[in-house]
Design a protein around this ligand. Structure first.
Ligand code: WT7
Length: 627
């Protein structure tokens, strides 16, 4: 890329080889005629029956897309490729943390998914049933997700780093009859016993009838007769045939739910559907990461998050690409593990998070320089704003100055990239450039007016888009209240941003009580409720403060119950408690014991005051402060 003082411009070669060479032209077409734009993308996919209508807005904000169409996302992920020249192309190359490897072709993936679909059917899993999946980063996780979707069941993947408590809550909330797990997972050379954690969640739950366990580590686990079954044994039964027709799902039938943290209360289940979600992730991956048939693409996220759902599982398979899945940590056993993988498999596209980039940058350039990374053609970033220093390192040391960086802004709720460059666009480090064609966004002040250039405001989305969430599962009111109430007719992202005079968006961060820690999304409410569930704690407040590696780190303030002694050891005990209640990702950086918390007269904790105090900034308007 050539830097002209304002923009990093892609080379002529990059532009000439890209699917989209003229972003402005595509954007103009899409904004003047969104229906034509989206339906032309939909036409590239298979439908058992086409739609009667592209968009039904009659019950907004409960929008419907591709009304009355019939499809099944797995038909487009599997059958279409199996019936084409891609039959024996690799769908996945998997590398375990321990060095073991597996290659899975489209044909083989099709067979495995059909087999497991039949297993699920034999357990009486039916269309619309929710199945919880709690696993490490192994191919069976993808197979399990696809098998659910194939029979019209709804998967609910819970990230393997969550605790028993969090898993229990999600199983209960979604009323899952079946849970799929592993015996264990490798984590920096250590074994984590996932089956134990699952048992802890399932034993207390009245809803689970069966637990299916994938053998990954071979460690000793308890198998409860009648309830627990080994995946590999089920897959050998005659019932597990390699033929299973994809259920003809309605475009609006649910595909999955995924829990994510919100502003208040418990994590909420974001619901996505077969039709619109499919079109959105297919089109966005194709154009943004410019997928070509010969590419090897690596999204280094965890399939347990939306990034993995959209851009490890569905997007890449819809595009018939070959993806890498790596099981372990980026710096295990050495800080060049990722660069070794890029070289070994000839990865062309690498998509990761700023926190990982900063983490690897810290070890110096030499680890990357030991490897031939010349196969890379595009890089990507997601999860939080990328600081210009990390952007430049990623560009220069990893991309050798020739790989455009796709800084993609989106959310669990949006399903797909919303603010993102395409390879043909000039870049600015730290900006995701402009909204994806067909998406209309704006930045508003408190009253709902667009702010001037370079001014900060609330980031909103002004028109519905196919891959948008449909609701919060089981809580339509909360869906309306949380996303559509502040500015009627517009979707509230919960982020603040500014737009510069070139029309480029700069996302600043959350304006609600969500904290992004190493790209993970956590709610202050979850951390606080874990803290007050500890017997010695009377009240608690959690805030996010800037952190060099993690982006933000959690800082907590607690008031103890009267008469509590031994307060010195309490912060450490509380950290352990949060690890048990929520999971290791939620462990605070610091816990301070205080006598008082700033509150409004109605008793709400004023976190912004705590934050300003901690940062030595002006706390702003204090008129509502109680004392
Ligand atoms: C929040 C959504 C969607 C994939 C991963 C996160 C922040 C995400 C960026 C980016 C600045 C970003 C926002 C957003 N975010 N990508 N490129 N630049 N901020 O999904 O867990 O639902 O979190 O992540 O704050 O609201 P998520």
């Amino acid at each position: 890329m050539n830097f002209d003082g304002n923009f990093y411009n892609p080379s002529e070669e990059v532009v000439n080889n890209a699917h989209i060479k003229d972003w402005n032209k595509l954007n103009k077409f899409a904004s003047e005629n969104p229906e034509k734009f989206w339906t032309s993308m939909a036409e590239e996919l298979h439908w058992f029956k086409k739609w009667d209508k592209f968009l039904d807005e009659s019950n907004a904000p409960f929008y419907q897309f591709f009304v009355n169409a019939k499809t099944n996302i797995t038909y487009n992920c599997l059958d279409v490729h199996k019936n084409s020249y891609r039959r024996n192309k690799l769908a996945y190359i998997w590398e375990g943390e321990d060095g073991s490897t597996r290659s899975i072709s489209y044909n083989e993936l099709y067979n495995e998914v059909c087999k497991f679909s039949n297993v699920l059917k034999s357990m009486n899993v039916q269309k619309g049933d929710i199945v919880t999946i709690y696993m490490g980063r192994v191919p069976e996780l993808v197979i399990a997700m696809l098998a659910c979707a194939r029979i019209g069941a709804v998967h609910s993947v819970v990230y393997g780093g969550f605790s028993t408590e969090s898993l229990h809550e999600r199983i209960e909330d979604s009323v899952s009859k079946v849970v799929i797990t592993c015996d264990g997972a490798y984590q920096r050379g250590k074994l984590v016993n996932l089956k134990d954690i699952t048992d802890g969640a399932v034993d207390r739950s009245g809803v689970v009838q069966h637990v299916i366990c994938v053998k990954r580590t071979g460690q000793e686990v308890n198998m409860l007769a009648g309830r627990d079954m080994w995946y590999h044994e089920l897959m050998q039964l005659p019932i597990a045939s390699i033929h299973c027709k994809a259920e003809q799902t309605d475009a609006e039938d649910p595909l999955f739910i995924l829990y994510t943290s919100g502003t208040t209360g418990k994590p909420k289940a974001i619901l996505h559907t077969h039709g619109g979600y499919m079109v959105g992730v297919y089109a966005s991956l194709k154009y943004v990461f410019d997928i070509k048939d010969e590419d090897r693409y690596w999204c280094a996220a965890d399939p347990g998050w939306i990034t993995g759902h959209s851009y490890i599982v569905y997007g890449p398979l819809l595009n018939g690409t070959t993806s890498i899945i790596y099981e372990g940590a980026p710096n295990f056993p050495f800080p060049d593990r990722w660069w070794e993988i890029v070289e070994k498999y000839g990865v062309n596209i690498l998509y990761t998070a700023p926190t990982a980039i900063r983490g690897l940058m810290r070890f110096g350039d030499a680890w990357a320089k030991r490897h031939d990374l010349s196969s890379l053609r595009l890089l990507g970033s997601v999860g939080e704003p990328i600081n210009p220093e990390a952007w430049r390192w990623y560009n220069e040391v990893i991309g050798d100055g020739k790989c455009p960086i796709m800084d993609t802004w989106w959310q669990t709720e949006t399903g797909m990239f919303m603010i993102t460059p395409m390879p043909c666009m000039p870049l600015k480090p730290g900006s995701g450039t402009k909204p994806f064609p067909g998406i209309e966004m704006d930045i508003l002040d408190e009253e709902g007016n667009s702010v001037a250039d370079n001014e900060e405001g609330f980031l909103v989305i002004k028109n519905p888009w196919p891959s948008m969430m449909r609701t919060i599962y089981g809580n339509d009111e909360r869906y309306v209240e949380q996303y559509w109430q502040k500015y009627p007719g517009m979707y509230m992202t919960g982020d603040s941003a500014r737009r510069d005079s070139d029309g480029y968006y700069w996302v600043i961060g959350r304006v609600d009580d969500v904290i992004k820690v190493s790209g993970y999304r956590l709610g202050t409410a979850e951390i606080e409720s874990a803290l007050v569930s500890y017997p010695d704690v009377a009240e608690a407040a959690a805030i996010g403060l800037p952190h060099e590696l993690k982006g933000n780190a959690i800082h907590c303030f607690v008031i103890l119950k009267s008469g509590v002694t031994n307060a010195d050891e309490l912060p450490d005990k509380l950290k352990l408690h949060i690890r048990h209640e929520v999971g290791p990702i939620a462990v605070p950086e610091k816990i301070e014991i205080v006598d008082k918390l700033p509150k409004t007269r109605s008793g709400k904790i004023m976190r912004r005051v705590l934050k300003a105090q901690a940062l030595g900034q002006d706390p702003g308007n204090l008129s509502t402060l109680e004392d």
